[in-house]
Write a protein that binds this ligand. Structure first.
Ligand SMILES: C[S@@+](CC[C@H](N)C(=O)[O-])C[C@H]1O[C@@H](n2cnc3c(N)ncnc32)[C@H](O)[C@@H]1O
Length: 241
């Protein structure tokens, strides 16, 4: 795993060499106003029991305009390194959903839909309001996506709670959720995650028999992700009929 800025990493990857982009970038979300968005992630994203269990992370303080510009920058590089027809999946919350679909298309990808991560009723209830129970997976492809790709039918909603024993980052995603999503990639393919965090995508990729490439800005997360990936065994690669 590359330790550093994803833009520096992406520029080292050859054109048309990666089979899928699956990533959970910083959302630069967590508030309607600049002042609230610029708080550290630990203040913006509620942690279980209200205590600080995980270290801060970086890149989450841009305002809408600069966040969009930055997303287009790295997505444009990702577009270059993906093979033609390769799928892309980007996590987003409700605030950044319009920006994410704009950035995806501005970088050249074809936007194909939105899948839902249902975090279940485990998330905090709010009197008189809807629970913030969902995050979104904006997905698309680099150009045409043949119907005969060797990938299974995938669920439009993945229902998976966040469990303490499976969470190693403020915004860590459950491995079971990522196992459902990585299957958009053809069997044994090479998955790119430029924002690896604690490595949930990479663990899921390994468990499902994929290869991966990843970058992460913070040394602590590189360490956590590497330990997690090394602690699981790769699935024997099974080809679809
Ligand atoms: C939303 S988190 C990913 C969490 C991950 N999905 C998990 O389950 O642990 C985004 C990560 O991107 C990293 N990051 C932010 N800006 C970056 C950059 N320019 N290059 C590489 N990594 C970056 C942050 O340090 C953070 O760990």
């Amino acid at each position: 795993m590359f330790h550093g800025d994803c833009l520096r990493y992406l520029e080292q990857i050859p054109d048309n060499s990666v089979d899928a982009l699956i990533t959970d970038p910083p959302y630069s979300s967590g508030g309607l106003y600049m002042g609230t968005r610029q708080q550290p992630p630990s203040a913006k994203y509620l942690q279980s029991g209200g205590c600080n269990l995980y270290p801060e992370f970086t890149g989450d303080q841009r305002d809408q305009r600069s966040h969009l510009r930055w997303c287009v920058l790295w997505l444009t590089e990702a577009f270059r390194v993906l093979k033609s027809g390769a799928p892309v999946c980007l996590f987003s919350d409700w605030r950044q959903l319009p920006l994410t679909t704009d950035a995806l298309q501005a970088a050249g990808f074809t936007w194909r839909g939105i899948a839902v991560w249902d975090k279940t009723e485990g998330v905090r209830p709010q009197l008189g309001r809807f629970r913030a129970q969902a995050e979104y997976i904006v997905w698309g492809s680099k150009g045409a996506m043949p119907l005969n790709r060797r990938a299974p039918a995938l669920p439009g909603v993945v229902r998976e709670p966040v469990r303490r024993k499976d969470k190693f980052h403020i915004t860590g995603k459950p491995v079971a959720l990522m196992q459902a999503i990585v299957k958009i990639c053809e069997p044994g393919g090479l998955i790119l995650d430029p924002f690896a965090g604690s490595g949930s995508t990479l663990v899921a990729a390994k468990l499902e028999g994929y290869r991966w490439l990843a970058s992460e800005a913070l040394q602590h997360n590189v360490q956590v992700a590497s330990e997690r990936v090394n602690s699981v065994s790769a699935a024997a690669h099974v080809d679809l009929p």
